[in-house]
Design a protein around this ligand. Structure first.
Ligand code: DP6
Length: 362
């Protein structure tokens, strides 16, 4: 599957060497992407809040090489050479080569760091793959004499398109603060190929929304997201689940407009639990939640019962709990976390993050 629009035909310029750097955030899905077709095409549309503090900073250095038949690159995480990252990047390079025909002309040094601990159980693939895709799109732009075809909106679209080929959720990390990915009838511009900024009205209640990530379990996941997506093929509940995602995304349009936080909570928590229900009903089945995940969920429900808080939780493909809440609750929720929830976090660790504006050129 080749998408003409994103192919750079030729590069009029030559550059012997250069350097570019981007920082790109993680994102948290409200309607989850779970299940995909060939070529990183999502089985259902999704929507996410772009985060601001959890991000990857990537510096890409490139220098022209003699032999132009293979990919050549080295990867460093926190200045330490990481050869175990190479297969994933090699796969990514193969997938995007048609769109970035300079890839075999250069040797690349990829230096990357995350603002969150690598072993925190926070997926770095969204921020990491989007940061790398942005660096490569910048090189694509540097080599093109006429920048016209890479104006800002096309630049973001191409970066998102490439990021998706690295990791699906990464295509939602280029811009902020609410991004949808996957075709949906209510969104005229929506696409399976890249993320687009949420185009409709968003109520004040959602401005500066907070996401505190409770690091419940920092261990390696037993089942990767990529394997989990695969298990949605022939899954007994797949079709209903995909329909439900369309409906939830549709229902969120009215919620974002009205600021109805009770309706928001219902959709977001149901999405999180449905995602994990899909895992538990796959064949083979698996469970990524840990006892502390459930402890935290129950305490959030009890807290909502006894206060008029609008805090809710969501989960990604892991045991950590994302607590989502409006700005005006920040102080109370911080107290709640310190009084009741830190005991369920590994080494008492959590990250206070917020909705953010997207990636930045450094
Ligand atoms: C549960 O984007 O990590 O976080 O495309 O195989 O790299 P790949 O999967 P990935 O899946 C993320 C799934 C999720 C939900 C979401 O972010 O929408």
């Amino acid at each position: 599957m080749i998408v003409e629009e994103f192919i750079t035909k030729s590069y009029p310029k030559t550059i012997e060497e250069g350097k570019v750097a981007w920082e790109s955030p993680s994102n948290i899905a409200l309607v989850k992407y779970w299940g995909k077709k060939e070529h990183q095409i999502p089985a259902n549309p999704s929507i996410s809040f772009t985060l601001s503090k959890c991000k990857t900073i990537t510096v890409l250095e490139f220098s022209e090489k003699e032999n132009k038949t293979d990919f050549s690159f080295d990867v460093f995480l926190n200045n330490e050479k990481k050869d175990d990252f190479k297969p994933k990047i090699e796969t990514f390079f193969k997938r995007v080569e048609a769109y970035l025909p300079f890839l075999k002309n250069y040797h690349f040094v990829i230096k990357t760091e995350n603002t969150f601990p690598h072993s925190s159980g926070i997926a770095s693939s969204a921020s990491g793959m989007s940061a790398l895709a942005l660096c490569l799109t910048s090189v694509d732009r540097m080599l093109s004499k006429n920048h016209e075809h890479l104006n800002k909106s096309f630049f973001n679209k191409k970066a998102s398109f490439l990021a998706r080929l690295g990791s699906g959720s990464a295509c939602r990390s280029i811009e902020g603060s609410l991004v949808t990915w996957g075709t949906h009838e209510a969104f005229a511009e929506s696409s399976d190929l890249y993320g687009v900024k949420y185009p409709f009205e968003v109520h004040e209640n959602f401005k500066n929304y907070h996401d505190t990530i409770l690091l419940v379990d920092k261990g390696e996941k037993q089942v990767s997201s990529t394997v989990g997506h695969g298990l949605m093929h022939n899954h007994p509940f797949a079709e209903e689940r995909f329909k439900q995602a369309h409906k939830n995304l549709n229902d969120l349009i009215a919620v974002f407009k009205s600021g109805d936080l009770d309706a928001f909570i219902k959709i977001v928590e149901s999405e999180a639990l449905t995602l994990h229900a899909m895992m538990m009903t796959s064949m083979p089945y698996f469970i990524l939640m840990k006892p502390n995940t459930l402890q935290v969920i129950n305490k959030i429900w009890a807290y909502r019962e006894k206060t008029d808080s609008k805090v809710c939780f969501t989960l990604d493909a892991g045991a950590n709990v994302h607590m989502l809440y409006p700005e005006n609750e920040a102080k109370n929720i911080n107290q709640f976390i310190n009084n009741e929830l830190v005991e369920h976090c590994q080494n008492g660790q959590y990250i206070n993050d917020k909705i953010g504006l997207g990636a930045k050129l450094l």
